[in-house]
Design a protein around this ligand. Sequence first.
Ligand SMILES: [Zn+2]
Length: 202
Amino acid sequence: MLGVMAKTERDKPSRRMCAGCGSRTERGELVRLVVGDSEPFVAVDLGRRLSGRGVSVHPKRTCIRSAALRGGLARALRGVAQIEPESLERMIVQQFEQRAVGLLSSAQRARSVALGGDAVRTALKANKGDLLIRAKDSRGRGDELAHAATAHGCATATWGTKASLGDAFSRSELGVLLVMDRGIARAILDCLSHIEALSEDG
Ligand SMILES: [Zn+2]
């Protein structure tokens, strides 16, 4: 009997129900929200470290909207409070931004990042690089480097501004950088795809 329970317990934790669309999904594809028990508050718990009542939701507009307005999140708040879908979206985007910046820092600690046009070009020539990131306001050589990166089979993404990318590395500005670690590159791309999906107009 115990064996059966243990198996069920092992199978269970990886799947959760989305509080918006109601489908059961791999836990990793959902964002965990923590809802206050006595005080009505909602916190985004990307790292799944916070204790408290958890509600999971796909990081998608439609799911966030229905979770907040009438789904599992609204029920968890017991009608005493309501969170605007737009502010929940902003909170989730902010957390993904923070996570992506954290991943850039890990890449830097592992010396797996090239910063600035010259360093990026040198790394690409040496056939290194898994993800090239350009600031939205970077101009000129960014295009040329992005082409070179694509030719090397390296992913490319546009994210932030020269000032915000610079901030992540204690520089005044940074137009282009290259992540040279496949795992970190994949995790950053995952964050960026959620940020993009939630930042689109409409
Ligand atoms: Zn959903």
